[in-house]
Design a binder for this molecule. Sequence first.
Ligand code: AMP
Ligand code: MG
Length: 458
Amino acid sequence: MKTLDQIAAELAGYDPQALSADTVNAFLAKLVEPVTEVQQVGVFQALGRVLAADLISPISVPPHDNSAMDGYAFDGSQLTPDQALHLNVVGTALAGKAWTGTVGRGECLKIMTGAVMPPGLDTVVPQEFVTLALGGAGQTGNDPATPATITMPAGVVRPGDNRRLLGEDLMQGQPALQKGELLSPAALGLVASLGLQTVPVLRRVKVAYFSTGNEILSLGEPPRDGAVYDSNRYTVFGLLTRLGCEVIDLGVVRDEPAALQAAFEQAALQADAIITSGGVSVGEADYTKAMMKQLGDVAFWRIAMRPGRPMAVGQISRAKLTARPDMANTGGTERDAASRGSAILFGLPGNPVAVMVTFLAFVRPALRQMMGCNAVAPPLLRARSQEVIRKKPGRTEYQRGVVSTAPDGTLQVKTTGNQGSGVLSSMVQANGLIVLPHAQGNVAVGDAVEVMMFDGVI
Ligand code: AMP
Ligand code: MG
């Protein structure tokens, strides 16, 4: 486990008083280690979990060539560029009920979607392209008493059309899913299509969180002068839950050394990561920063960003805590996390929008890395700005935006207006964050900007 100073020394241009957003992410990528404990879970339980090993396909999917259409299967070498083809219908193949007879030249088989293609047949003409004539030399197969022929005009199919090949989805012996894959609904279906009843996944990351500040009221407390209700615990809870973390809610912690120490210690013993909000800005009168410093290896940053700016990052050693006689008996569910050397601390700013933005920009990718995910950051969309956005070069700005489809079908985005870092209502209104990178200056109407969409993220 590296110290923060060691990591800082590896990063060019590390200045804790003026960090770029990219440097923060680079720092966290070096700090965070993925969980390693593996659990075998059923397919329904695997949603949102991270695959612990490559999943090798035990079978091919589909297991045989089959028809992609309802129509007539035949040997495509009989097709010519300019002549209609007449074929006698010799039988019917249904999905789940293969045709066992032979189909020669001048013959075809009525076939349903998903039915096995008999050997020698490689092409299916959809039924809507043919004219069916009853009473010919062949038969439909549904009714052996009724002979039938089909006629298809030239050019409606090419040899090989409408046939799904054995293994075209997944080939036996090949990796169907990679280690580190976050299991989506599609991935669950894919696992099931292989006939697998369970999959190996990494254990969930445990995150403890609490809010700090003497002006912060818990729900249920009567309002009082100068106090505000705690919203950060609820947004952090939602963000963590969407991410698939196990959450440990430690409430609102009073600004007293003993209460803060107890909260940090409990969090560090139980969780892989700790998220606090409030009390990390310069000139804070409270004890939060002092307690972080006392208990852990912690750096206090000023990040060149808006909103956000102050943030503390660190690690609190569990080994030190468990060595203490009063802490010796922490076990049970805490054992997994306690097998890791230390808990990572994210001390987020207090302002409600700054909490969400710093979470999305830094904590989310770091936690994804801890979860063992391959994809840590969501891809950004490009949209045209519908308005002038004032922006100073030299800091990354995250503006709440509403992305919509322009009349010409392209994506456009406007801001939600008031970008104050306490204005949570505009975070609700927005469907994404416009990310204006470090070097970017003002944005003109029509300029392309990048947007981190909320859908699927928060
Ligand atoms: P701080 O970073 O502690 O200086 O807090 C900055 C601002 O965020 C102050 O106006 C706080 O009242 C507000 N704030 C801090 N924590 C919370 C919270 N948990 N819920 C709502 N607002 C908060
Ligand atoms: Mg405060």
